[in-house]
Design a binder for this molecule. Structure first.
Ligand SMILES: C[S@@+](CC[C@H](N)C(=O)[O-])C[C@H]1O[C@@H](n2cnc3c(N)ncnc32)[C@H](O)[C@@H]1O
Length: 228
């Protein structure tokens, strides 16, 4: 039996290898001159598993960066599936468009260049799966539009909600991050108490919240239970 000394390294060794393009993108995004934050590998595998489970047709991503997670998700959608991804930083949006073209997925992924709050306000509803991975302090501001855009039964996946250990422990909070932490805590309270959502928070990667939008009958049942 192979000896195992470090749990994180051991679990990382079990993650599947990605395509040559995704490996190249991850390596390039880690270079200081082109730094772009990309979903943590264990969160990436959670995303893949959730896509297998939910088989969404329409996916919305808030925060494309260079297009890594958009490509990962689009490759796993059923026939006719599509991804819309929003990015406000021009350099990242352009790199995402290039990478999506290299992946041959330009027919499946649409990149919207712009501020998410604005784009979310004009997008049509009907998404089965939303991956929220943009500025953490804005999650609370995005929530009403995300709820409008998500189909009943759809899944909202919010990344980095533990924010390097700061959300759950005041001792870890850096002074200049206080406002972001406060707003992330407001977001977590909102999604865990929202009557339309069933939420679970997982300490995977930098923390991931999974929120399912209730179907009408579930909302009605919950309302009746609260009256009783
Ligand atoms: C963590 S990265 C996204 C990583 C990407 N999902 C991946 O795993 O490949 C966050 C990105 O969101 C973008 N972003 C942050 N806040 C935004 C906003 N309000 N509107 C649009 N894009 C935003 C940033 O410019 C950055 O490129």
């Amino acid at each position: 039996m192979q000896s195992v000394e470090n749990e994180r390294e051991y679990l990382a060794s079990l993650l599947p290898e990605r395509s040559a393009l995704l490996r190249e993108m991850r390596a390039a995004a880690a270079l200081p001159e082109s730094y772009a934050p990309i979903v943590a590998p264990e969160t990436e595998q959670l995303l893949v598993t959730l896509l297998c489970l939910t088989r969404p047709k329409r996916v919305l991503e808030v925060g494309a960066a260079v297009g890594y997670s958009a490509i990962l998700m689009a490759e796993r959608l059923p026939e006719g599936g599509s991804v819309v991804t929003i990015e406000r930083y021009k350099k990242h949006a352009d790199m995402a468009v290039d990478n999506i073209f290299r992946a041959g997925l330009e027919g499946k992924i649409k990149v919207i260049f712009g501020e998410a709050a604005e784009a979310l306000s004009w997008l049509d509803s009907g998404f089965d799966f939303i991956f929220l991975d943009a500025a953490k302090g804005q999650y609370i501001e995005f929530l009403p539009e995300l709820l409008r855009l998500l189909n009943p039964g759809g899944l909202l996946v919010s990344d980095n909600i533990l924010f390097h250990g700061m959300t759950g422990d005041d001792k870890n909070v850096q002074r200049r991050k206080i406002t972001i932490v406060k707003r992330l805590r407001m977001y977590l309270e909102a999604i865990t108490r929202h009557p339309l959502l069933t939420t679970s928070i997982l300490p995977v990667g930098d923390g991931v919240a999974l929120s399912v939008k209730k179907r009408e009958e579930e909302s009605a049942r919950n309302a009746n239970e609260q009256k009783d």
